[in-house]
Design a protein around this ligand. Structure first.
Ligand SMILES: *Cc1c(COP(=O)(O)O)cnc(C)c1O
Length: 221
């Protein structure tokens, strides 16, 4: 099936409150343009240089989401244009995003990444680290970032019960965040969970943003 047809099929299956991020990492601009022409305007990339190159070449009404792990020294290459950073997992990174956003005279929306998987290798904060960030003076003073929610990745497994357990765990942390006293830089509304293999389950568990790559663009090498 074509990229356009894949995209339209997925879009029509999503509830109205769920946002689709088309994960286009490793794919050529012609593939992204096919999705764009079919109405998709949010794209997710996991490498800053690749995202910046695509941003330069593609229509300017596209919203670019950074979904990969971000190194502090690379933030400056996307601060001008990135619309949401999904994988924020330290106060240090948040400070750098705040600094680069200020230089560009803008506010950058971020999601805090929570570690919910069994694998040690996946990035993310635990609940204690999340609380440390939220209660820190440094965070409260950041005027050029806005925490708009959480992101998480489930364990890479076929065990649906395990994935479900992890999604429910993330949703419960999100519920906690929603009840946390709001500040000008904390406005939780987005829960980014679910990829090609597990997005339907993620939506049942409360996801409001799914990141889908291979089911739209085909497999990656
Ligand atoms: C690659 C990637 C996805 C998309 O994965 P698919 O299985 O191709 O849908 C989603 N989220 C993150 C963080 C990714 O790196």
């Amino acid at each position: 099936m074509s990229i356009k047809q894949n995209l339209l099929n997925i879009k029509s299956s999503l509830p109205e409150n769920v946002t689709l991020v088309a994960v286009s990492k490793t794919k050529p601009i012609s593939d992204l343009m096919e999705a764009y022409d079919a109405g998709q305007s949010i794209f997710g990339e996991n490498k800053i240089q690749e995202m910046a190159e695509k941003w330069e070449q593609m229509p300017k009404d596209i919203q670019w989401h950074m979904i990969g792990h971000v190194q502090t020294n690379k933030v400056k290459f996307m601060a001008q244009f990135v619309s949401l950073i999904h994988g924020v997992d330290s106060l240090k990174l948040l400070e750098e995003i705040n600094k680069q956003a200020q230089k560009n005279n803008r506010i950058i929306d971020c999601l805090l990444q929570i570690h919910i998987a069994e694998e040690e290798t996946k990035f993310g904060l635990n609940e204690e680290e999340l609380n440390e960030i939220l209660s820190s003076v440094a965070f409260k003073e950041m005027k050029n970032i806005r925490i708009v929610g959480l992101m998480g990745m489930a364990t890479f497994t076929d065990n649906q019960n395990q994935i479900k357990k992890e999604f429910i765990h993330l949703k419960s942390i999100f519920n906690y965040l929603v009840t946390h006293p709001k500040t000008q830089n904390l406005e939780p509304k987005t829960l980014s969970m679910g990829m090609s293999g597990d997005y339907q389950l993620a939506i049942k568990c409360g996801s409001t943003m799914v990141r889908i790559g291979s089911s739209i663009f085909g497999g990656r090498i």
